[in-house]
Design a protein around this ligand. Structure first.
Ligand SMILES: [Zn+2]
Length: 265
């Protein structure tokens, strides 16, 4: 007889399988990322139907197996983040966060800290915190999972921690102005973007609501992160391409009069 476990989890992705069934990938707090087989879940009255909607956070009573598929027997304490389902933009950001986590996480490896971070990010997106900033923070904090661990504290060469910095892909981190000539392919990033990336690398999710950035700063941050992800991480997710498209539509419509200063206090 299988022994059942109880664990909190977040639904990462769902796909149909055979005529009546589904395969659901869930990031559980205690057992890491696992694939679950949910028999009969495409039938109208299946009791697990709402427990396996994307983005759902719940406590699952599950048969966790070390090899092959896992099974869910029941679920309780369901939390549905409704805006993520009804708003196409928020849906896109939340989907990207989960896709990125999916690529970063190894199957079956527990990571309660990251679990908690993702939980907070999805909640914040649902509650109306700027999703671009949330996604940027997540991208920065996820870099070590891809074997990219930039030194955000100071210059890669001399350790200097103040003054203007630029980012160097080949040095894998910051260079102070004295050492800019070491890398002619440095990113030529704006000091403001670097300032916020350094902040994002250490910020806790509880401080999120305190940051607001003007569109130009967000563009500068986006540019640096895209370079790091293209050069050093080397992944290009479909959900990210969709966000890039939305971003371009946004720029077409962008109201240029938005000159609110950046705030991070
Ligand atoms: Zn230096």
């Amino acid at each position: 007889m299988a022994e059942l476990q109880e664990t909190e989890g977040i639904v990462i992705s769902v796909r149909n399988y055979r005529e009546n069934d589904r395969l659901v990938k869930i990031f559980t707090s205690q057992y890491g990322k696992r694939m679950f087989f949910i028999k009969g879940s495409r039938k109208p009255n299946n009791k697990l139907k709402t427990a396996i909607l994307p983005f759902t956070n719940a406590t699952y009573i599950a048969d966790i197996r070390e090899t092959g598929l896992c099974f869910i027997r029941d679920a309780k304490d369901l939390i549905h983040l409704n805006h993520l389902h009804t708003d196409i933009f928020l849906n896109a950001y939340a989907t990207y966060v989960l896709n990125l986590a999916d690529v970063a996480l190894e199957d079956g490896v527990p990571d309660p800290t990251l679990f908690h971070t993702i939980q907070q990010i999805l909640n914040e997106i649902d509650e109306g915190t700027d999703p671009e900033i949330l996604v940027n923070i997540f991208e920065v904090q996820l870099l070590p999972y891809f074997g990219v661990a930039p030194e955000w504290r100071g210059c890669r060469v001399c350790g200097k921690t103040t003054g203007p910095f630029d980012y160097s892909g080949s040095y894998g981190g910051l260079l102070c102005q004295n050492h800019w000539d070491l890398d002619q392919h440095r990113y030529h990033a704006s000091p403001r973007a670097i300032h916020f990336l350094r902040l994002f690398s250490v910020i806790s999710m509880d401080q999120l609501g305190t940051i607001s950035l003007k569109p130009e700063t967000k563009r500068e941050i986006r540019t640096v992160l895209d370079l790091i992800y293209d050069e050093s991480v080397g992944i290009k997710l479909k959900s990210k391409r969709f966000i890039d498209q939305m971003y371009n539509w946004g720029n077409l419509l962008l109201d240029k009069k938005n000159d609110e200063p950046d705030k991070n206090k």
